[in-house]
Design a protein around this ligand. Structure first.
Ligand SMILES: [Zn+2]
Ligand SMILES: [Zn+2]
Length: 169
């Protein structure tokens, strides 16, 4: 998605809204690849403050993820706001505070920036629902589908010792 700020950057106090809906390639985070189910929707309100462009953005999309507890795949909704400051490269100080985004043309691509924001909003763990029961640690059955034959009192003899120890017996 390209933003054209030719007009905006010349008029202090002016603001403009940009809207995009664009297909994104999958995002990689650690060993995971996240695939988008729908295009990424972005709305960015950009204001020329005189020394920089202040961006207030909203991002919406849906990615496929696996529940950290039961491993089932489900759609995770990305829906967040972000704020950026874009500074013209020619005025930037070498020790400019981090997070400032530099531009040197009237038109530039913000896809990488949007990807960075999305990666920041991908949680460490996913839960298909608040009360996902997860998998049985013994037989691997999905406990959301019903209970398995294993009972809580049915402890592997090799773990029995640990269990006793934990209870302080
Ligand atoms: Zn789950
Ligand atoms: Zn089980």
């Amino acid at each position: 998605m390209k933003v054209n700020i030719a007009q905006l950057r010349r008029t202090e106090g002016a603001s403009e809204t940009y809207r995009f809906s664009e297909s994104f390639p999958s995002l990689q985070l650690g060993n995971e690849d996240y695939f988008f189910q729908v295009p990424v929707d972005v709305q960015a309100d950009v204001t020329n403050t005189g020394k920089s462009l202040l961006v207030k953005g909203k991002v919406f999309s849906i990615i496929n993820v696996n529940c950290s507890r039961c491993l089932k795949e489900y759609p995770f909704h990305l829906d967040f706001e972000f704020e950026d400051e874009w500074q013209p490269a020619e005025f930037a100080e070498p020790d400019e505070e981090e997070g400032a985004f530099l531009f040197d043309k009237d038109e530039f691509c913000i896809d990488n920036r949007i990807s960075e924001h999305i990666l920041l909003h991908i949680p460490m763990k996913f839960m298909c629902s608040e009360d996902c029961k997860g998998l049985c640690p013994k037989c691997g059955a999905d406990r959301n589908q019903g209970s398995c034959a294993c009972t809580d009192g049915d402890i592997d003899p090799r773990l029995e010792i640990l269990f006793q120890w934990n209870k302080g017996v």
